[in-house]
Write a new protein. Structure first.
Ligand SMILES: NC(=O)c1ccc[n+]([C@@H]2O[C@H](COP(=O)([O-])OP(=O)(O)OC[C@H]3O[C@@H](n4cnc5c(N)ncnc54)[C@H](OP(=O)(O)O)[C@@H]3O)[C@@H](O)[C@H]2O)c1
Length: 329
């Protein structure tokens, strides 16, 4: 497995581009921010803890990605900005989107990266199972609210959804979406990661159908990486699980910088410029397994997501986005 460490080799610059990344203060999100900053982008880091976000900014400014010389990095770098986002509150997602739409002229790339894993059962104050909301539903809403700004910023816009290969063990529990009757920490995570892939597929389909060009959508598995995502493993899986996962991934798999490469590839590489709706792993297209390829599953997920947000699903994406903005902003 340690052979699968493809790096994004594109040297494309992002001068004049605005990139939004959720969960950019840590792990894969922070490494993605570092790369985009080095390419000259205005990098907007959406984080729930602004103190940690500012620490990450200092780290990113002072330390280039491993393959780049420090002087060259700093003289060609872009800007780093933080906004507050807590995906466990739909009100906060709306507030964050409102701020972005008001203050930012453009959004060219949106990376839906933030995530939690293996949580004990909990509902958000919106009444949604926590992992489903943070990993998927909050990003679904954020994306819908930012899409009109991306339309104004297109062509060459991209939306990147960070999923996980563990989607393949998951299902969407349409009759029990909050998993009140079937929750285990891993089932909650798998459902949310399958949702990331199905959302990618359905959004790409709806953009095409609405003749909205110049916004491509991607989902991906980043690899196995020792990050803070494992913080609950020992509590909910088995004692020592956090240590074991982090030790094995550190030894055999990827560093956070390596783990960010497929996200970077989907976000900037010229090779993916004409692709949309696909799933990637190790900087390559990967054909996902059954449920993640199911058109009806993807449509049903879109519909149930609208229902959870009290939105009436509409076939025409353009009018739907207008409705979402009217009702949610
Ligand atoms: N690491 C792996 O092996 C692996 C494997 C497959 C997929 N992934 C995916 O990769 C993505 C990034 O994870 P990572 O490994 O880099 O983990 P990480 O270091 O824990 O980063 C997760 C980020 O999400 C943020 N976040 C968590 N809850 C949030 C909330 N309610 N609102 C806003 N932000 C929130 C975290 O903020 P705080 O710092 O404030 O908690 C952190 O910035 C996730 O989607 C994960 O599912 C990771």
């Amino acid at each position: 497995m340690w052979l699968f460490k493809e790096m994004c080799t594109s040297v494309v610059r992002l001068d004049g581009k605005t990139v939004v990344i959720t969960g950019a203060n840590s792990g894969i999100g922070k490494e993605t921010a570092r790369d985009f900053y080095g390419r000259g982008a205005r990098v907007i880091m959406l984080c729930r803890n602004l103190e940690q976000a500012n620490e990450a900014i200092e780290d990113i400014k002072n330390n280039p990605p491993s393959r780049i010389n420090k002087d060259k990095y700093q003289s060609n770098a872009g800007q780093l900005v933080t906004y507050s986002l807590d995906l466990s509150s739909l009100e906060n997602v709306r507030e964050c989107a409102k701020n972005l739409l008001m203050k930012e002229a453009f959004i060219h790339i949106l990376v839906n990266n933030a995530g939690v894993a293996m949580l004990p059962y909990e509902k958000t104050k919106d009444g949604i199972e926590m992992t489903f909301q943070v990993n998927y539903l909050g990003h679904f809403l954020l994306t819908l609210l930012l899409l009109p700004k991306m339309q104004l910023s297109s062509p060459s816009c991209r939306i990147v959804n960070v999923s996980s290969f563990s989607y393949m063990f998951g299902d969407i529990y349409f009759d029990d979406i909050n998993q009140e009757n079937s929750y285990t920490s891993y089932r909650g995570y798998f459902q949310s990661k399958l949702a990331n892939i199905l959302f990618t597929k359905e959004l790409a389909h709806r953009l095409k159908k609405a003749d909205i060009h110049g916004i491509n959508v991607y989902s991906l598995h980043p690899g196995l990486i020792p990050t803070k995502i494992t913080r609950n493993f020992s509590n909910t899986l088995f004692p020592g699980a956090t240590f074991i996962y982090n030790f094995l991934t550190w030894l055999l798999f990827k560093s956070p910088e390596e783990g960010a490469q497929t996200t970077i590839y989907c976000s900037v590489d010229e090779k993916t410029a004409n692709e949309t709706g696909l799933y990637y792993s190790d900087c390559n297209v990967n054909i996902p397994r059954w449920r993640a390829r199911d058109d009806q599953y993807a449509k049903n997920l879109w519909d149930i997501s609208c229902k959870l947000l009290h939105l009436e699903p509409e076939e025409n994406l353009n009018t739907f986005l207008q409705t979402v903005s009217r009702q949610m902003l």
